[in-house]
Design a protein around this ligand. Structure first.
Ligand code: G16
Ligand code: MG
Length: 219
């Protein structure tokens, strides 16, 4: 049976994906080019360093190591200026209902995020103490689609990977869950996330019966 749940942060629990997009886009614009929302899909779930590498490639640009670090720091500062305005009203619709259900039923759940800002964001959302484990960008060495972040989370939840369910909004994250032998639930566009075992547009579409079925289902 499925026994534990792992949630991505950006784009699943909270819509910080839009803040990442705004901040990366400003960086690109300041460097003299632009990129599309479609290209932005390739940044979701991807680490800060890897995101900047991809963006610079789109702009046909190379930066010195110092300048690379400086641009990353500026992006993060800009990103945090949005994050600092956030409170628990920003928790995406339908998410709390699922977390509350799991808490009530004593089913363990973890955060599995690529973000180095995950812990402060969870605190801002008043969710920090709800999670049985938190694994974020400060804990991992390999970025999604490598399953490292989810495998560490499964381990912390004392649950074998095949009994874990992962909620993800990114292609890289869905792939990481699949490679890690976990059940993947994609949150977002079904055309983009077609590799997921289950796909929902957002959490308002997820009924408690779906969670109960996952808990019953042999995997
Ligand atoms: C998130 C976002 C990515 C972002 C990454 C690193 O991951 O989806 O777009 O680049 O974290 O974030 P930071 O710059 O805050 O360390 P996730 O896994 O929560 O979706
Ligand atoms: Mg995400």
């Amino acid at each position: 049976n499925h026994k534990a749940f792992i949630f991505d942060l950006d784009g699943v629990i909270v819509d910080t994906a839009k803040f990442h997009f705004l901040a990366w886009r400003k960086l690109a614009n300041d460097l003299g080019f632009d990129f599309t929302e479609e290209q932005n899909e390739q940044l979701k779930g991807v680490s800060r360093v890897e995101s900047l590498k991809r963006i610079l490639k789109w702009g046909n640009m190379e930066l010195s190591e110092d300048e690379f670090q400086r641009q990353m720091a500026m992006k993060n500062e800009n990103y945090l200026s949005y994050v600092n305005e956030m409170d628990d009203n920003e928790i995406l619709p339908g998410v709390r209902k699922v977390l509350d259900y799991l808490t009530e039923k004593n089913i363990p759940f973890a955060l599995g995020s690529a973000s180095k800002n995950a812990r402060p964001i969870l605190k801002k959302l008043n969710l920090y103490d709800k999670f049985d484990a938190i694994v974020d960008g400060t804990d991992v060495s390999k970025a999604k689609p490598d399953p490292e972040v989810f495998l560490i989370a499964a381990n912390k939840l004392n649950t074998p990977p095949h009994q874990c369910v992962v909620f993800e909004d990114s292609v890289a994250g869905v792939q990481a869950a699949n490679i890690g032998n976990m059940t993947s639930v994609g949150i977002g566009d079904s055309d983009v996330l077609n590799e997921a075992d289950h796909i929902f547009t957002d959490f308002t579409e997820i009924k408690i019966e779906f969670i109960e079925n996952l808990l019953r289902k042999e995997n």
